[in-house]
Design a protein around this ligand. Sequence first.
Ligand code: 4AD
Ligand code: MG
Length: 461
Amino acid sequence: MSHKRTEISILIESESERENVLIQGWVRTRRDSKDFFFLELNDGSCLKNLQVVVKREISEFETLKSIRTGSSVSVVGNLVASQGKGQKWEVLAKKVELLGDSPENYPLQKKRHSLEFMREISHLRPRANMFGAVFRIRSRLSFAIHRYFQENGFFYVNTPIITASDCEGAGDLFKVTTIDLHEPPRSEDGLIDFAYDFFSQKTYLTVSGQLEGEAFATSLGKIYTFGPTFRAENSNTSRHASEFWMVEPEIAFCDLQQDMDWAESFVKWVTREVLDTCQSDLELFFNFVDKGLEKRLRFVVERPFHRVSYTEAIDILHASGRKWEYPVGWGANLQSEHERYLTEDHFKSPVTVYDYPKEIKPFYMRTNDDEKTVAAMDVLVPSIGEIVGGSQREERLDVLLENMKRHCISEEDYSWYVDLRRFGSVPHAGFGLGFERLLMFITGMGNIRDVIPFARTPGSI
Ligand code: 4AD
Ligand code: MG
């Protein structure tokens, strides 16, 4: 190839006319006139298309009849001020080459398609406006997350994906094995003998990098992980995926108050960063997905989050006079309907709920002085509910061992984790943010399946 293509995102911002630019992309539409035709070309670099005018006088004109919606083309031409309305620039083609044909059964013809239909063609949907925008924003959000932590002195740690520990203790684990499922090795009691498995023991896909993160936070001070996370929970909701990405900062010398401060500052900063850097893609969501979205995002960035203890939250729910599908009572987990009432109806803003009952939380959370609650916190946001879950960790050796006993967790299996309390233990805290949940919040998209490139949910891959 003679020269490099210029991306449409750059050309539409051009200050002046340009000669002999090379643009390459996919045809969104073609309109024919007598002596010329128009192509709306998109190359994925931005939401906008660039209009290309192909006149009869160019030598290949007759051979270009088969260019249709979905075709990939390569065009050399001059960038000139557009005669038509709606765009500043267009390209007058000098040379057009059809790279890849696209017959009439191309599924993305120009019309509105349902989100359900788009999920069936997840390999093609990033070529549609809305999904192109979702995935460009996803990329920027990812970058913003790294920037936030790097600029605040956190180190990025890659925690293992295959693990032998169950961090959340919820039992939602995918097993990892190379054992022949038809003829598994068995021990004398007839059970499968995992000593013969690949790692000589039972292993799983990780549900959280937190425990390993704690080892690094109590070495490097402030760390974060950002990676894929797997949960075999059979909840078929619009906010749960079996494979999702989680961001998990872990901070040494940190208590629950500071942990809540970090979570709030983090959510605000990355949201603002996306507002500042993804304006044109965000407009699509402001205009066509959720009319209240822009106001909501600005509100979140500008105003402090509310903070309320779990006990106060229960009182608010009782006082609401609502009929709940799941009963409200001290000691029960907050369900999505409760969380959404708190953030959408009562506080009308993001809210951080803290100090949850000990019985409903994992073994690693720090027991409060009341002995009934733990130093846990969840950040709830309108239209999603829980977006962040975190806690101060139990740093006292004796209390941790007691909690492990209560949760039937073997001290032997977790001896490395307990060591962190045996040698130079410090107060520390952290949280996990569901990356897709944040992306749903920022784009207003209502289903987690539509913000993951290739969604994995129960019964569907
Ligand atoms: O509240 P969770 O389960 O917390 C933990 O895993 C802790 N170990 C985090 C930590 O303290 N380091 O999960 C954290 C967040 C949730 O708030 C939610 O946003 C997201 O991860 N999440 C999911 N997102 C999509 N699909 C699922 N199935 C999710 N489960 C949790
Ligand atoms: Mg949680």
